[in-house]
Design a protein around this ligand. Structure first.
Ligand SMILES: Cc1cc2nc3c(=O)[nH]c(=O)nc-3n(C[C@H](O)[C@H](O)[C@H](O)COP(=O)(O)OP(=O)(O)OC[C@H]3O[C@@H](n4cnc5c(N)ncnc54)[C@H](O)[C@@H]3O)c2cc1C
Length: 391
């Protein structure tokens, strides 16, 4: 019998497994898919995630550092900001997730891919997990099987998720957009209602996507995606782009307990993604680390419920503030773009947060003070006319 079984080898699961194995626990990590596997994702890892790991990890992924950002509204009103220190790193998710699994294996984690978990039964002193037709037993289970994961549900944890619908495509850079981005990530809040469109330089090409927290149908989102592509990549036939849809949980809402009996839930499976930008890798890794620490402590006699308290303290409070901010922002993105996002010192505050120098709470307090000041001062709309890339 293992000390712990981790279901799902994304950033949450691998970080949980690594954390436990480093504390000497016997850990089995299971994933439904054969690895390395693709994950639909922009692949922008917030720099604050790197503080959770070590120098070796940083060295493996620090080459694609991002220092610049362009915020735009409806294909116009661009604001560019560059900072010296990177605030994010672009990764290929298949490579990144495979690396995390290998790091966990190096400290003794046993990994089984192509092993889908189909049943979880908690008993007094152990949990039985059925995966790939075999039974495995452990003292504890970490459910890190992503936004559509069912392990937590099988264990009776969690409520209905609040989801954002997204579309994403790998687009070759035939139009020289990377050169015009000049290392920056582009985010356009006018691309879709209650959400944004993005273009990230990734590998040799681009990650082009759109996501909404609003109640939009799949076909309305596809139309918005085509308009977004037509605005930023003229010359590319939107119908020729192979687009894939997936979900992101909108965090910051209490969904019920995060642990029950001998099972804990982490990452997207627990609904722990940023409700403003859908950024989930950092939160998945942080909750995975907390889950791993909680299991190690539980084996030493501490109540497992401490996990829920720590997640609430270190993640829940931040995501709740992000949620209120996003509910307000996405009601009037044009207004906020003109009066807040267009101010470089405000973007600087935001990127400081993504880099890990401050939390949402500090940033929002700073923003509120500035919003009042900006509105009273009635500033002129910023941005160059006639297209995001023209300066
Ligand atoms: C289009 C899009 C763009 C995004 N862009 C970004 C971005 O740029 N930056 C960012 O930070 N976040 C981004 N996100 C969010 C990010 O991808 C997730 O928050 C992150 O992957 C969550 O990690 P996780 O480990 O919780 O789950 P996942 O990475 O989803 O991993 C879950 C794993 O569980 C496995 N699994 C599922 N069911 C079972 C089962 N029954 N048995 C065994 N294994 C199972 C899956 O195969 C998978 O490998 C994006 C999401 C989308 C959809």
């Amino acid at each position: 019998m293992s000390d712990a079984i981790v279901v799902g080898a994304g950033p949450a699961g691998s970080t949980a497994a690594l954390t436990m194995a480093r504390r000497g626990l016997d850990v089995l990590l299971l994933d439904a898919q054969p690895f390395p596997r693709r994950k639909i994702c922009g692949g922008a890892v917030a720099a604050r995630a790197f503080s959770l790991l070590d120098e070796e990890f940083y060295a493996a992924f620090s080459k694609n550092a991002v220092r610049g950002v362009i915020f735009a509204y409806g294909g116009d009103l661009p604001v560019r900001y560059d900072r010296e220190e990177p605030y994010a790193y672009i990764v290929d998710r298949a490579e990144f997730d495979q690396y995390l699994v290998e790091r966990a294996q190096r400290v003794g984690v046993r990994f089984r891919d192509a092993a889908e978990v189909t049943a979880v039964r908690t008993e007094a002193h152990l949990v039985r997990v059925i995966a790939g037709g075999e039974e495995f037993r452990a003292r504890f289970v970490v459910a890190a099987d992503g936004v559509r994961g069912r392990t937590a549900r099988l264990a009776g944890i969690g409520g209905p998720p609040d989801l954002a619908l997204t579309l994403e495509a790998d687009v070759p850079d035939d139009l020289g957009v990377r050169a015009r981005l000049d290392g920056a990530l582009l985010i356009d809040y006018g691309a879709v209602r209650s959400g944004y469109g993005w273009i990230f330089p990734r590998g040799d090409g681009l990650s082009v996507g759109i996501g909404t927290f609003g109640a939009l149908s799949g076909s309305a989102l596809r139309s918005a995606f085509r308009r977004f592509v037509a605005a930023y990549l003229p010359g590319l036939d939107p119908a020729s782009v192979a687009v894939r849809g997936y979900l992101v949980p909108r965090g910051g809402r209490r969904r019920g307990p995060l642990c029950r009996g001998r099972v804990l839930v982490a990452g997207d499976a627990a609904g722990l993604a940023d409700p403003f930008f859908g950024e989930g890798i950092h939160w998945a890794m942080l909750s995975g680390k907390l889950a791993g620490e909680a299991v190690a402590a539980a084996l030493g006699g501490e109540p497992l419920e401490r996990y829920a308290e720590r997640v609430d303290h270190e993640i829940g409070r931040e995501l709740r503030i992000a949620r209120y901010t996003s509910l307000l922002f996405y009601r009037m993105p044009g207004f906020f773009h003109r009066h807040l996002v267009s101010k470089k010192e405000i973007i600087g505050q935001f990127l400081d947060m993504v880099a890990g120098h401050q939390g949402y709470r500090a940033m929002v307090l700073w923003l509120m003070a500035n919003l009042v000041r900006q509105v009273l001062a009635r500033p002129a709309p910023a941005g160059a006319e006639g297209g995001v890339f023209k300066s």
